[in-house]
Design a protein. Structure first.
Length: 154
């Protein structure tokens, strides 16, 4: 769900495990970055009425690794499930819902791209299970080190 005034405070209260902040970012900076970028959408992950996660869709040119993927694409950034909600399979379900929402609201998008830190093996496994394909290249411009570039056909 797009972040709106009614859930904004809940999104701002979300936290990841401290060791994950280097990969996913932290609130409020992640939300503010999405809100201030005209090419981005700030979105919340809900489980029933409860906000359990957040992510950003970036539609700007070169949003992921400065690359053009040759087809209409969006970049997935700062995807996370809150620390207290992890380990229950909600990340996998959230990615399925995210893809369905992207198809419904942005039917012209053909590819969802992301970069995941080479040290973040849990996130990389999650993305692989969700159908993302590792492009076999490392993006070296990440603030926390090398990142795998991954794509998911929509």
């Amino acid at each position: 769900m797009p972040v709106h005034a009614g859930i904004r405070a809940e999104v701002l209260a979300l936290r990841v495990h401290p060791d994950q902040e280097q990969f996913a970012g932290q609130m409020p900076s992640a939300l503010l970055a999405a809100e201030q970028d005209p090419d981005s959408e700030a979105l919340a992950v809900l489980c029933g009425p409860e906000v359990i996660g957040s992510y950003r869709l970036d539609f700007g040119a070169g949003a992921i690794a400065g690359r053009d993927f040759g087809r209409p694409s969006a970049g997935l950034k700062a995807f996370f499930i809150a620390a207290g909600q992890q380990g229950r399979g909600l990340g996998t379900l959230a990615l399925k819902a995210l893809l369905a929402d992207l198809r419904a609201r942005h039917p012209a998008i053909q590819v969802l791209a992301l970069s995941v830190n080479a040290r973040n093996s849990a996130a990389r496994c999650l993305y692989l299970r969700a159908g993302f394909v590792d492009q076999g290249e490392l993006y070296l411009g990440g603030a926390a080190g090398p990142q795998y570039v991954m794509l998911r056909e929509i």
